[in-house]
Write a protein that binds this ligand. Sequence first.
Ligand code: ADP
Ligand code: 5GP
Length: 196
Amino acid sequence: MDTGKGLLFVLSAPSGSGKTTLMAELLKSDRRLTRSVSMTTRGKRPGERHGREYYFITPRQFARERQRRLLLEYAQVLNNWYGTPRRFIDAARRRGKDVLLGIDVQGARQLRRSGYPAITIFIQPPSLKILHQRLMGRGTETSAQIKGRLALAKRELRCVPEYDYVVVNDCLMDAAEQLRAIVAAERCRVRTSLTW
Ligand code: ADP
Ligand code: 5GP
């Protein structure tokens, strides 16, 4: 059941494409937007904080969240579990906030299938070569992990046609501008649920 007034924007991107950077750009300039914080069983990267980038929990805690049906969607990505707590999104949307949610292609597919109203956007790197450079530049993964992420990126890129929009993150400011335009257009869209 849909409980909200605010919109849900779902962003997917191969790891290293710049999704986190772009989401931060949008949040800086738009006070009506808020970001959903996911739960994950992966370990913290240097500089990450519990409750800010993710809620870092154990596989056992994650299984409990799933069993209690507290997750809007969840998926296993590169051997770790990730999931979206439903309560925050519903509450934010009820307050009229638009929510940004960064999730992988499996999660976006689950959301679509569930019928939860969402606008889906795929962030695409300009090329696999540049994606490789960005992952190396970020310096948060080993070369084996980078190899795994690149192989996954090739599979994820095939899912672009499932999305409502695609934004190529070549120049960061141009990509951010395109995202702002999508948000603005969706806020102007005529929706049948509007009541007077
Ligand atoms: P993701 O969240 O998709 O995994 P990040 O936002 O962490 O990706 O970005 C990966 C790396 O690429 C970071 O070091 C970031 O600073 C850099 N980056 C992001 N967007 C751009 C861009 N348009 N041009 C150059 N570097 C970028
Ligand atoms: P990272 O470990 O690099 O932060 O994220 C790895 C992948 O997990 C990315 O594709 C990211 O979008 C995805 N991810 C993060 N949170 C969630 C979530 O709550 N659900 C799903 N399905 N994927 C997520």
